[in-house]
Design a binder for this molecule. Structure first.
Ligand SMILES: [Zn+2]
Length: 141
């Protein structure tokens, strides 16, 4: 049972692959929040061996699309009045625009700076997103 003490309202992002917590923290822009945010690394997990957990206090507009692109296996506990009121999975949109950037130096988006970065979901099971312009798959790191 996950300890949610201290959280009255907010989110617990659970089952993050160990080592990915910091990237998700950065991509969600959690460093810019002025509410309580906790990144807990290398938590022991029966299912995963090790996992990372992020706790976010307060009403915050969580980007479920971004989470789906980062890792579709994350579990999101929605906390209200100190209790888990809902367990959610990230969204996995067919197409994402302007959320993540293509890192291929030869991609047209590198040359044409005003082009919107677009990624298409090419493998729902693996959660693979590929750039629509150059087919490069999105890598977090
Ligand atoms: Zn590209």
């Amino acid at each position: 049972m996950l300890n949610i003490s201290g959280l009255n309202e907010g989110y617990v992002l659970d089952h993050i692959k160990a080592g990915d917590g910091m990237d998700i923290y950065t991509y969600l822009g959690l460093d810019k929040l002025d509410t309580e945010v906790a990144l807990i690394k290398n938590v022991k997990s029966n299912k995963m061996g090790k996992k990372d957990i992020i706790k976010i206090e307060g009403s915050y507009d969580l980007d479920f699309d971004m989470l789906g692109v980062m890792d579709p296996n994350i579990t999101i506990d929605v906390i209200k009045d100190g209790r888990i009121i809902e367990k959610r999975k990230p969204n996995m949109p067919e197409m994402v625009e302007g959320i993540i950037k293509c890192k291929n130096p030869r991609c047209i988006t590198t040359i044409e700076q005003e082009l919107v970065h677009r990624f298409r979901l090419t493998d729902r099971t693996k959660g693979t997103y590929r750039c629509v312009y150059c087919e490069q798959s999105f890598k977090k790191k």
